[in-house]
Design a protein around this ligand. Structure first.
Ligand SMILES: Nc1ncnc2c1ncn2[C@@H]1O[C@H](COP(=O)(O)OP(=O)(O)OP(=O)(O)O)[C@@H](O)[C@H]1O
Ligand SMILES: [Mg+2]
Length: 442
């Protein structure tokens, strides 16, 4: 199961951006919390599929020793009641399992959407209608869960019933054949049937049922694992002298769209050079950086980049933790470098305002910070990481002109001076300092 889980998590990381668009959060959560755990259960019971026939033959032989031919009546009845009936019930369970899974996906998706948009819902006082929607989704799910539970109830009642029933049938046949029953025989038979029905009526159907459920889960996992992955088209070499070379690149987010997101881009940024990318909104500036990061597949041309690439996304991204953890992002703490980065990213003043300096906890997605603070922490994280190439997606948009000037002069042109840098920006006053200018236009 651990292996499955690992494969699964790796796949999440490898999913192409297009495939991510088609996968909902609910589905991802449900696959991990419900489907993967089916492997646990099925492995516990699966052996009874081969144990059951062996045991049946052996026990039938023992019972035969006591009551002769009547043994076949009891065992036959038990067999008929278990294998075809339970087999059918197993099939039914697997169908229900698929239904439950789909509805759970739906409900979890709805809930996570509501949680992420709770502020809007509260602001417009939309709680009531959303409550109704959730209640409806739950009801849909519970309806199927209920059916599955009834089915399980039938299983369990059959277990209690079958042991007595088979014993009764055997003894009935035995007496009708003109024999006398003795306590010695009855109690021994009761023991044998007890063991036999445990395997035949409990473990074997469980095995079938879990196997059926696991089959559904495997199919769901398989579908997920075979989603489109990002293909490595960008060449990464360990050579830090390389910078970035983009030659004749064309790429598009959708496989068969009419217009390309990027078409015929040529660019060469050497270490120590700054390339500024400008263009109207939606021109493909972020997409160019995504192509360098191997997220956007190229259908023409090549990109060669150094292996160490640092990236600051356009949307600041923060996780729950201290400000410092957000900047270090797993890198070792180097006080000298850290203080310098904090200074050039104009975060010193913010740290003085925070209650606990850089040990202040940022809430989920950085809710307790201002937009500008989030953007600068996002930038500081990229800058703190020692790399050959820095890709900065519009880090100056969320800050005022004064701070923007500071970031551009102190951080981008001085602190990172020896590195290859690509800066996406809308602020044209900076382009005079650039070594290359790329103008993207639809
Ligand atoms: N993950 C994605 N999946 C599919 N299409 C995308 C994706 N990201 C961007 N696009 C499309 O690519 C085009 C270019 O978007 P991009 O984000 O590169 O623009 P941009 O130049 O960075 O704009 P802005 O200045 O607003 O940041 C848009 O038409 C957008 O719809
Ligand atoms: Mg962008």
């Amino acid at each position: 199961m651990l292996v499955t889980r690992n494969t699964y998590l790796l796949q999440i990381l490898r999913l192409s951006k297009t495939a991510t668009g088609h996968t909902t959060t609910g589905q991802v959560v449900n696959l991990l919390s419900n489907d993967v755990s089916r492997f646990d259960k099925v492995l516990m019971f699966l052996h009874y599929v081969w144990i059951m026939p062996f045991q049946t033959v052996l026990l039938t032989y023992f019972i035969w020793q006591f009551v002769g031919i009547s043994a076949l009546v009891g065992v036959g009845a038990l067999f008929l009641q278990t294998v075809p009936v339970q087999g059918y019930l197993g099939k039914l369970t697997s169908k229900l399992r698929l239904k439950v899974a789909l509805r759970t996906d739906e409900r979890v998706r709805l809930m996570s959407e509501i949680i992420s948009g709770i502020q809007v819902i509260k602001m417009y006082a939309w709680e009531k209608p959303f409550e109704k929607m959730v209640a409806l989704a739950r009801k849909h799910e519970i309806d199927v869960v209920k059916q599955a539970s009834y089915l399980r109830g039938v299983y369990f009642s059959a277990m209690v019933f079958s042991e007595r029933m088979t014993l009764f049938l055997t003894l009935l046949a035995y007496v009708l054949l003109g024999n006398h029953i003795t306590p010695e025989k009855v109690f021994s038979l009761a023991q044998f049937y007890n063991i036999m029905q445990l395997t035949m009526a409990i473990f074997y159907p469980q095995a079938i049922q879990f196997a059926a459920e696991a089959k559904v889960s495997i199919k769901r996992l398989e579908d997920f694992l075979s989603l489109e992955e990002t293909v490595a088209v960008t060449e990464r070499t360990g050579n830090s002298k390389l910078g970035i070379t983009i030659s004749g690149v064309s790429a598009s987010w959708e496989a068969n769209s009419i217009t390309d997101t990027l078409s015929q881009i040529n660019l060469n940024v050497q270490p120590g050079q700054l390339c500024v990318v400008i263009g109207p909104v939606g021109a493909g500036k972020s997409s160019l950086l995504q192509a360098i990061l191997k997220e956007l597949p190229l259908y023409k041309g090549t990109i060669t980049a150094s292996s160490e690439v640092s990236y600051a996304s356009q949307e600041p991204w923060l996780f729950v933790g201290t400000v410092r953890q957000n900047i270090l992002f797993g890198q070792p703490y180097n006080p000298k470098r850290y203080n310098e980065v904090v200074k050039v990213c104009a975060l010193k003043r913010d740290f003085e305002l925070f209650a606990n300096g850089d040990k202040t906890i940022v809430g989920e997605r950085g809710v307790s910070l201002s937009g500008g603070q989030r953007a600068r922490i996002n930038l500081a994280r990229a800058v703190y990481r020692e790399s050959d190439v820095y890709l900065l997606d519009d880090p100056l948009s969320a800050v005022d002109t004064h701070v923007g000037k500071h970031l551009f002069e102190e951080c981008i042109t001085s602190y990172l001076s020896g590195k290859a840098r690509i800066l996406v920006t809308h602020q044209l006053q900076h382009i005079k300092y650039a070594d290359h200018i790329v103008i993207l236009n639809n």
